[in-house]
Design a protein around this ligand. Structure first.
Ligand SMILES: NC(=O)c1ccc[n+]([C@@H]2O[C@H](COP(=O)([O-])OP(=O)(O)OC[C@H]3O[C@@H](n4cnc5c(N)ncnc54)[C@H](O)[C@@H]3O)[C@@H](O)[C@H]2O)c1
Length: 227
């Protein structure tokens, strides 16, 4: 999803830089190595970049499926560290310059899993719900300095960390049929949402979590059998 966002931004004329655990090869954007749980590595990458970005997208994330009773505190904390604390660290490092400059936009990638929970999704639920709350808090603290902070909550996306689930054709069909739009989401749906939130037309949107899910998260009652 990060690559889809980077590609769309690049195609629209943004100068794009990506920080990830490994370097990307053969991409038309700058690639830096960094780990969102290692603040020093992020500082090194930002120093090398040498500029305060106009748009920061906090997209790094992991999910570890397991029942809570089988989950160690360490594993729980790791999911929180990457999805929630990592986004905070990165945002804080970048927002300082944005606040001083008086402009900037941060988009945090959350998940509908943080809105409508299901068993086994584990620390990902509080991590993503927490990131949505953090988005609101950042908007309140940094909004008065001309910075916007929003979130995009992808629903069931055919790609990235969900690739394994949708290799199974029966799972694809079943899940697609639960979505009012009758299809899974594409990584490009998320890229388009991020770009729209960053556009001038969205300049009065701040502290908002934009759900991009084909309508499924609010459709739970349609899944309940009736007489
Ligand atoms: N795919 C989905 O169905 C889906 C649905 C809702 C939300 N999301 C969210 O979208 C975002 C992107 O997910 P994806 O599906 O593309 O998954 P992905 O696994 O393909 O990509 C996640 C990226 O995060 C990076 N990453 C992991 N740990 C990191 C760390 N410690 N420091 C820096 N980078 C790290 C990985 O290297 C990878 O490039 C995540 O935040 C995820 O929670 C995905």
């Amino acid at each position: 999803m990060g690559a889809a966002i980077a590609r769309e931004a690049h195609d629209r004329g943004y100068e794009v830089a990506v920080i990830d655990l490994t370097a990307s090869k053969d991409v038309p954007w700058r690639s830096f190595i960094g780990d969102v749980t290692d603040e020093a590595s992020l500082i090194r990458a930002l120093d090398e970049l040498g500029a305060v970005p106009d748009l920061l997208v906090n997209n790094a994330g992991i999910v570890q499926f397991a029942p809570l009773l089988d989950t160690t505190t360490e594993s729980f904390a790791r999911t929180i560290a990457i999805n929630l604390t990592g986004a905070f660290t990165m945002a804080r490092l970048v927002a300082k310059g944005m606040v001083e400059r008086g402009s900037g936009h941060i988009v945090n990638v959350t998940s509908t899993a943080g809105i409508a929970t299901s068993p086994g999704v584990n620390a990902y639920v509080p991590a993503k719900r927490g990131l949505a709350g953090l988005t609101e808090l950042m908007a309140q603290e940094w909004g008065p300095s001309g910075v916007r902070i929003n979130a995009v909550a992808p629903g069931m996306i055919d790609g990235g960390m969900s690739t394994g689930i949708y290799k199974n054709d029966a799972a694809r069909k079943l899940r697609s049929s639960a979505v009012p739009s009758r299809r899974l989401g594409r990584e490009d749906d998320i890229a388009q949402a991020v770009m729209w939130l960053d556009s001038d037309g969205a300049s009065y949107i701040n502290g908002h979590e934009l759900v991009v899910d084909g309508g499924v998260t609010k459709a739970v009652m349609s899944l309940i059998p009736r007489d």
